[in-house]
Design a protein around this ligand. Structure first.
Ligand code: SAH
Length: 215
């Protein structure tokens, strides 16, 4: 694939995201900069820049670019933000966060996905990402509190440990709802209270407790 063809696909994707309502220039810039073809399996190489979710290893999915952009926009990142992400998957969303935040801590329950994502971060020289194999429902207490937390797997309720690791005034974004459909929900911490706002319907693979027994 030539450079020009690559550029055309990226430009078309960014235009599609703008048409779908993404306005944050920094978010659009990050999606323009991170090569999504590095994050999909070879089989789907030719579809990497379509605005669609695609299958990855371990029966999981790389999120649709629009959903990545929408959730990133909802996080209102600043360059100083310390971010926790639950559900590394391909690492694509992590890479987008790493462009816009100071440091990203990301947790995945499949060893294969964690290892592959880490190799991608190395290749792209994204040096402000720390990965961990673990149960993201427990958060990362040694590194808390976080300015921002992003959950990229669907769950009926936000795990309490994650809310507990959010700093005062911080934002947590998660797909909340039953397996068939969730709503991207923004939680803002105000003392011991959490103000909630629903943004858009989505469908994510489920958040599952514990480290995966299979690779
Ligand atoms: N942001 C990812 C989305 C991957 S799908 C991307 O764009 O590629 C969601 C991921 O969450 C899956 O890889 C799944 O294994 C992971 N996951 C589900 N429950 C988890 C848990 N309790 N802790 C950590 N990761 C989890």
């Amino acid at each position: 694939m030539g450079e020009d063809e690559f550029d055309t696909r990226v430009v078309a994707l960014i235009m599609a995201l703008r048409a779908a309502g993404i306005v944050d220039k920094h978010v659009l810039g990050a999606l323009e900069r991170i090569p999504r073809d590095h994050f999909v399996t070879r089989e789907f190489d030719n579809r990497a820049y379509e605005n669609r979710a695609l299958p990855i290893a371990c029966g999981q999915t790389i999120s649709q670019p629009f959903v990545v952009a929408m959730m990133t926009e909802a996080l209102c990142l600043t360059p100083r933000a310390k971010v926790l992400e639950i559900g590394t998957g391909s690492g694509y969303q992590t890479a987008i966060l790493s462009i816009l935040a100071r440091r990203v801590y990301t947790i995945e329950r499949y060893r294969t996905l964690q290892a592959e994502a880490e190799a991608r971060f190395d290749r792209l020289r994204l040096r402000n990402i720390v990965t961990r194999l673990g149960d993201g429902m427990l958060g990362w207490p040694e590194q808390g509190d976080f300015d921002r937390i992003l959950v990229t797997a669907g769950t009926p309720e936000c795990p309490p440990a994650l809310l507990a690791q959010l700093r005062e005034g911080g934002l947590l974004v998660a797909p909340i709802g039953p397996p068939e459909q969730q709503f991207v929900t923004v939680f803002r911490r105000d003392g011991d209270e959490f103000h909630q706002r629903q943004i858009a319907p989505v469908r994510f693979v489920p958040l599952i407790a514990g480290i995966a027994r299979t690779l």
